[in-house]
Design a protein around this ligand. Structure first.
Ligand code: 1CP
Length: 354
């Protein structure tokens, strides 16, 4: 059963923000903007405070998390903050031996491939991630009317790191397990769904006013496999947090053929990468959901004029949507010029001012 907050979403300072209104498909003063991976290596102030502190350690220091989360809000004037963490943090918190290797990503010491390995995936309790509750308490105080987005990795994407042992291009061990032992696969995803749901609940109860489920690598699957082998677990996560009434965003890369199913899994907002124009994405997702996206992050390496032209294309395709949150089609690339991001926020705000 989903819990109740003492402070309901409707009484929070961020309730009337453009971002939350767009998620609810209500009229907005301007199209809200935030960027996936808006904190991080594109910002010199981030590199400075992170110096000498390993990634996973930085995620456990509430003051540092607060500072890093606020940096892109101060600099770019984005319409939402995203909690600074990583999708593997809840796995680390329940005792999985893993690390984030610079330039590589999450690496798992002992991959999960057999039934007895499931025992290592115990339930997550709020005490396991007390630093998250503490950091979000600090953050919501500092953010005032700017909403905070909580997030988690979706069961498939988490499974891919756990089963492969690290980043993977083809997800061969993951697919071998999914096709070869459907019952073990289903049990694995079900456990990950419970861990993910518990982690999102902690963030919402601490004050996050929206949540995003990152199923970054699920675009590797055909729709039939997604429906049978992944959707039940992702739907369980969305159902578990439905009662809070905070918008639920669902995002993956290369998911053009899955957009309808990803909406069906229970999202209020479907994230779209740059490969599908937003008007076409809206047809695939169907009515009753807002969309988020979808400027190609690589466009930011081009001239300011080209960035504006490509941004107009995105906004024109979004003109008929019920709700639109402007974002990139995937995360900010590490060597992006931060000034290009600041200009982009201003351009979208000016161009869509109503
Ligand atoms: O030391 C460092 O700076 C390491 C780089 C780094 C950072 C800054 C990693 C390693 N994670 C993060 C933070 C992070 N991770 C955020 C920041 C919050 C913000 O947006 O401002 C977020 C949202 C994530 C989530 C995440 N981690 C995803 C989903 C989002 C996406 O980009 O699709 C995924 C797939 C990961 C795994 C991961 N963690 C880090 C890397 C380099 C990767 C990808 C590795 C791979 O290619 O598989």
């Amino acid at each position: 059963p989903s819990g109740q907050q003492t402070e309901t979403p409707a009484t929070s300072a961020a309730y009337d923000s453009a971002f939350l209104k767009a998620c609810r498909r209500e009229p907005v003063p301007h199209t809200p903007v935030w960027f996936m991976r808006q904190a991080g290596r594109s910002l010199p102030e981030y590199l400075k405070v992170r110096e000498g502190i390993p990634m996973l350690e930085s995620c456990m220091q509430p003051e540092l998390v607060t500072e890093i989360t606020l940096q892109p809000v101060r600099r770019h004037k984005v319409d939402a903050a995203i909690y600074f963490s990583d999708i593997v943090v809840p796995l680390k918190a329940i005792g999985i031996d893993l690390d984030i290797k610079p330039g590589v990503g999450p690496v798992v010491a002992e991959p999960i491939r057999r039934r007895e390995d499931l025992d290592r995936l115990r339930a997550l309790t709020p005490d396991d991630v007390a630093y998250v509750t503490e950091a979000i308490g600090m953050l919501t105080g500092e953010l005032g009317a700017t909403p905070l987005i909580g997030f988690a990795g979706a069961p498939f994407t988490l499974a891919s790191y756990l089963v492969e042992g690290g980043p993977s291009r083809n997800h061969e061990h993951t697919k071998a397990l999914m096709y070869g032992d459907p019952q073990l696969w289903a049990d694995l995803l079900d456990r990950l769904a419970d861990i993910t749901a518990a982690f999102l609940k902690v963030q919402i109860e601490a004050g996050a006013s929206a949540v995003q489920l990152f199923d970054s690598w699920v675009g590797a699957l055909a729709p039939s496999d997604y429906r049978r082998s992944v959707m039940p677990a992702s739907a369980k996560v969305f159902r578990a947090v439905e009662g809070y009434g905070v918008p639920r965003i669902h995002f993956g890369v290369g998911t053009g053929e899955l957009l309808g199913l990803m909406g069906e899994a229970g999202a209020d907002v479907v994230g779209v990468d740059w490969r599908v124009p937003l008007d076409e994405a809206a047809r695939r997702v169907g009515p009753g959901k807002a969309l988020q996206g979808n400027l190609d992050p690589a466009v930011l390496f081009s001239t300011p004029e080209a960035v504006e032209a490509k941004t107009r294309e995105v906004l024109d395709a979004a003109a008929g949507l019920e709700g639109h949150v402007f974002n990139l089609g995937h995360g900010v690339l590490p060597t992006t010029d931060p000034d290009a991001l600041t200009r982009l926020v201003e351009y979208v705000h000016t161009r869509t001012a109503r």
